[in-house]
Ligand binder design. Structure first.
Ligand code: CAA
Length: 258
């Protein structure tokens, strides 16, 4: 599939997925979602970390495409929401870590896209929020659920009820982003973090992500059982043997991801 609205660039084990419709501030329309879906399903196997960012210098993603949504009815709105959920789930369930590099406006669907990533870093000029109630609707790509799980239910209600845009510093204060970087250092910072992740065991990262995600929706005893199972699974991996052998031999581990 030739992409018009996204770019996928790979540098070794790190891939950068850029939502690239700067004239519409990278708004998510059906075409963009379908391209994202294809890119996520076809990620090259050597990729161990995915960074998601926005094209141009103004926006990460300014939301779902309002021009596309303005005239649709209930059935189409449900379909559009389902498509958005499908892509967000795909991203969330990738077996590799994902990093959102929020380089500008991350509003509505843009904030929801960032929330579907494992780690969120923002530039000093980022603005984040869920302004949908001002359009007479609610977040439709998981925002009501993932925001509450990330910053707490009451903060999520405040942000969704008011539709207020947060600057990067405030977003960091409430735990919506991890760090705030000068705009020209954001992508480099995300690549540095990615560089640290790819030194660790891919199987371990994948299991850690899986257990944290699945466990968050379970009671503690069930969640800890998931952890125990994954811990056991990893002892059947080459990565575990190599990681521990390398430690004892006082050398860096060379992981195969098996
Ligand atoms: N959808 C479609 N087009 C959009 C867009 C969006 N979400 N956001 C911006 N654009 C377009 C604008 O219409 C404009 O196009 P034209 O040049 O053709 O007029 C272009 O991008 C540039 O935008 P602005 O001129 O508005 O730029 P600005 O700097 O004055 O303002 C902004 C920037 C504050 C981000 C403003 O564009 C804005 O408020 N955008 C909408 C944000 C929003 O409400 N997002 C939520 C969408 S609903 C949603 O996401 C639902 C869901 O969860 C499923």
């Amino acid at each position: 599939m030739a992409y018009e609205n996204i770019r996928l660039d790979t540098e070794g084990a790190i891939a950068v997925l850029t939502i690239d419709r700067p004239k519409a501030l990278n708004a998510l329309n059906t075409q963009t979602f379908l391209e994202m879906e294809s890119a996520l399903l076809l990620l090259p196997s050597q990729v161990r970390v995915l960074i998601v960012t926005g094209g141009g210098d103004k926006a990460f993603v300014a939301g779902a495409d309002i021009a596309e949504m303005a005239t649709i009815g209930s059935a189409q709105a449900r379909e559009f929401s389902a498509l958005g959920h499908r892509v967000m789930h795909l991203l969330e369930r990738l077996t590799i870590p994902t990093i959102a590099a929020v380089n500008g406006f991350a509003l509505g669907g843009g904030c929801e896209l960032a929330l579907a990533c494992d780690l969120i870093y923002a530039s000093e000029k980022a603005k984040l929020g869920l302004p949908e109630t001002g359009l007479g609707v609610i977040p439709g790509f998981g925002g009501t659920q993932r925001l509450a799980r990330t910053v707490g239910k009451m903060r999520a209600k405040e942000l969704i009820f008011t539709g207020e845009r947060l600057d990067a510093a405030k977003a960091r204060e409430i735990g919506l982003v991890l760090e705030v970087l000068p705009a020209d250092q954001l992508l480099a910072h995300c690549k540095t973090v990615a560089g640290k992740l790819i030194k660790n065991g891919p199987m371990a990262l994948s299991q850690a992500k899986r257990v944290i995600e699945l466990g968050a929706d379970q009671d503690l005893r069930t969640a800890n059982e998931l952890e125990s199972q994954a811990f056991g699974v990893l002892f059947g991996s080459e990565d575990q043997k190599e990681g521990m052998k390398a430690f004892l031999e006082k050398r860096p581990a060379v992981f195969s991801g098996r």
